[in-house]
Design a binder for this molecule. Structure first.
Ligand code: NAD
Ligand code: MG
Ligand code: MG
Ligand code: MG
Ligand code: MG
Length: 341
């Protein structure tokens, strides 16, 4: 089944320009949505709790900041962009009582609807506008006259205009410049979790660490191992982004290309394929979601332990040292360390 793809010409920007939008949360996605909407002529307010560190960032940009409950009461399109594990609490405390008939509840990821943590009333639209890229890119591309592709989905169409509203919103944040693909809440949620766990974040991080460990344990210098297994990854990914795996293979030496064919399937073998099936099953049947939420509800002990352990992997220390020596790498280690989060 071929995907349905929409562009600016298919969207009616005036729909979202005629609504009042609340963006709840001002993190990676929230700041990008709020600023892009504002610059597209949309009446937007940001909802953040009193004392939130994000408040001054939003007011510094000239945005109006109110509490999440005030934002939800004022607005008729309420976009929820807090962390996924916080959303059901914000919904219960600030949104539910203000979500009157005819309003629209919107998400940037389908987690809470797909797993039933939020159950909206039947008389509102429930839509998703999910940029397929980090929030900082969503803002940067928009400012440069470009956009990050979006997925849109409709879970509930009480108004009869839910899809047109989602497409209009996508156009306002720049997504329809790049292309908007229609999906469903289950498809977006399950594929997003699978992609980040098996390939983009989990799979890639572990592959890099294992390669580094294998070389260092065999007596090679950590600095060399860092270059071979992490630093060069960016060049490879850029080629894949531009022209697929095929362009990457075209660009590397014939030696590297032949080694790719011989050793790639040896490392990422049938066992990895079976494990991917298991990861997907845990996403589909809710096992992963329950584990994540239970840990968060307990104060995230497992999450914090993983984070602390992983930050101590030797590749991180080697990397900090080397990035400091490479003036041409826009090193950005300020994010780092648990304390900064
Ligand atoms: P984030 O962690 O970067 O930011 C969360 C924001 O929510 C912060 O401004 C925080 O102050 C605020 N917040 C926390 N508790 C709050 C509360 N009780 N009330 C109001 N605001 C509160 O989050 P994020 O990574 O932008 O993720 C937001 C949503 O976007 C999630 O559903 C996520 O899955 C989705 N998403 C994120 C990305 C990304 O690039 N990070 C990409 C696609 C989709
Ligand atoms: Mg994040
Ligand atoms: Mg995700
Ligand atoms: Mg090489
Ligand atoms: Mg070649």
């Amino acid at each position: 089944m071929a995907a349905e793809i929409f562009y600016d010409a298919d969207a009616d920007l005036s729909i979202i320009q005629g609504r009042k939008v609340a963006v709840i949360g001002y993190g990676s996605q929230g700041h990008a949505h709020a600023l892009n909407l504002r610059d597209s002529g949309v009446d937007v307010r940001v909802g953040l709790p009193e004392g939130s560190k994000s408040r001054s960032k939003a007011t510094d940009e000239g945005l109006r900041v109110v509490t999440p409950a005030e934002a939800a009461a004022e607005a008729d399109v309420i976009m929820v962009l807090t962390p996924d594990h916080v959303q059901r609490h914000v919904y219960a405390e600030a949104i539910e009582s203000n979500l009157t008939a005819g309003k629209a509840l919107a998400f940037g990821h389908g987690f809470n609807i797909r797993y039933g943590y939020i159950k909206p009333p039947a008389d509102v639209d429930v839509i998703m506008i999910a940029p397929k890229g980090p929030g900082h890119l969503v803002r940067r591309e928009f400012v440069n006259g470009k956009g990050v592709p979006d997925l849109i989905a409709v879970e509930q169409d009480a108004s009869g205009g839910a899809q047109a509203l989602a497409l209009s919103y996508a156009s306002a944040i720049g997504g329809a410049r790049a292309g908007v693909i229609k999906t469903t809440f289950p498809e977006e949620t399950e594929t997003d979790l699978f992609g980040e766990q098996a390939v983009l974040c989990g799979g890639m991080s572990r592959l890099v660490q294992l390669g580094f460990e294998t070389l260092v344990n065999a007596g090679y210098q950590p600095e060399i191992a860092y270059f071979e297994c992490l630093h060069e990854l960016k060049l490879i990914v850029d080629l894949m982004y531009e022209g697929g795996i095929a362009k990457q293979r075209w660009s590397v030496s014939d030696t590297a290309e032949y080694g790719d064919y011989v050793s790639g399937p040896r490392v990422i073998d049938e066992h990895a394929a079976q494990q991917m099936q298991g990861v997907l099953k845990d996403i589909q049947d809710g096992t992963f979601a329950r584990r994540f939420i239970a840990d968060q509800d307990a104060g995230a002990p497992e999450f914090k332990q993983f984070r602390t352990e992983q930050e101590q992997h030797p590749i991180e220390e080697t990397g900090r040292k080397l990035r400091g020596l490479m003036s041409w790498v826009a090193a950005d280690d300020d994010y780092s360390g648990t304390a900064a989060r």
